[in-house]
Design a protein around this ligand. Structure first.
Ligand SMILES: Nc1ncnc2c1ncn2[C@@H]1O[C@H](COP(=O)(O)OP(=O)(O)OP(=O)(O)O)[C@@H](O)[C@H]1O
Ligand SMILES: [Mg+2]
Length: 258
């Protein structure tokens, strides 16, 4: 049991992760509020991806627990649950490495992402319903890929592939969506567009983002948690975090900005 206010959707309680004695995370505690865009930032190797792995149970913590508070439902202790159970119960995850099926069309990639369509077999033999197609259309509209449905995912521009991956998460309607470097490799215009997309997404979901691009963080972040060597260095709104002297020396001074 943990105490929390009803605005909290996720609580990470003193999580530590040791890989053969090396602590990738040490006593990390973070609360995430509903309908916010919450960033995890920090230098390479700070533990950002590991933290996402802990939340979705790809990695087991050595110590600590993660709780999820789905709206109107019982709290869930994510620690100890299986990855697919967590996904089913409303936590989506876009990985750092792109994972679209390049030889399938945008539409087929979306169909594969529908809840209950776990493999190609399912998607071929169980036709999606009218509601499924409507939901896919809605999401593709939101990410700006409506006119790309019949195009092979491999032929999309880099930014479009990232948006397709976000769309593939959104179609199963997760309450919480986690994005690992969604703007990686994007130009300024595409990055800005991704930011505006995230602002739209937070109306209906909660978004956790790992990103290095500080312009992007400034554009959209509600809360920023700075990780450094596996620990929480500081947390707050963008301006507070950027004004923090320790953050400036460990992070910004080492290529975080520009
Ligand atoms: N499975 C693993 N086994 C051993 N060490 C690991 C494992 N996964 C991550 N690490 C180590 O844990 C530390 C944190 O890695 P992590 O990938 O979480 O960093 P990150 O903040 O996402 O970095 P980047 O910005 O480069 O993506 C690194 O030192 C990494 O080498
Ligand atoms: Mg990473």
């Amino acid at each position: 049991m943990t105490h929390h206010d009803k605005d909290t959707i996720l609580k990470i309680n003193s999580v530590s992760v040791s890989f053969d004695g090396f602590y990738a995370l040490s006593e990390v505690g973070i609360s995430v509020k509903r309908h916010t865009i919450h960033f995890f930032i920090g230098p390479n190797g700070a533990g950002k991806t590991t933290l996402l792995d802990i939340i979705c149970a790809k990695t087991k913590p050595t110590m600590g627990t993660v709780y999820f508070y789905p709206k109107g439902k019982e709290q869930l202790r994510l620690t100890g649950m299986k990855e697919h159970e967590i996904a089913r119960d409303g936590v989506g995850r876009k990985f750092q490495v792109p994972s679209v099926f390049v030889n399938l069309t945008v539409l087929d990639n979306m169909i594969l992402s529908l809840k209950g369509h776990k493999d190609i077999f399912d998607s071929i033999f169980r036709r999606p319903s009218k509601e499924d197609f409507d939901r896919i259309d809605n999401v593709l509209e939101k990410v700006g890929l409506s006119d790309r449905k019949e195009i092979k995912a491999g032929s999309l521009a880099h930014g479009e592939k990232q948006w397709l991956e976000i769309a593939m998460q959104l179609v199963s309607e997760p309450e919480l969506i986690m994005l690992d470097e969604p703007a990686a490799g994007m130009g300024k215009a595409e990055t800005f567009k991704t930011g505006e997309l995230l602002k739209e997404i937070k109306q209906e979901h909660t978004v956790i983002v790992v990103e290095h691009d500080m312009e992007f963080v400034k554009q959209v972040a509600d809360t920023v948690t700075v990780l450094h060597e596996g620990r929480v260095l500081t947390e707050g709104c963008v301006s507070d975090v950027l004004a923090n002297k320790t953050v400036q020396s460990v992070y910004l001074g080492r290529g975080g900005e520009d």
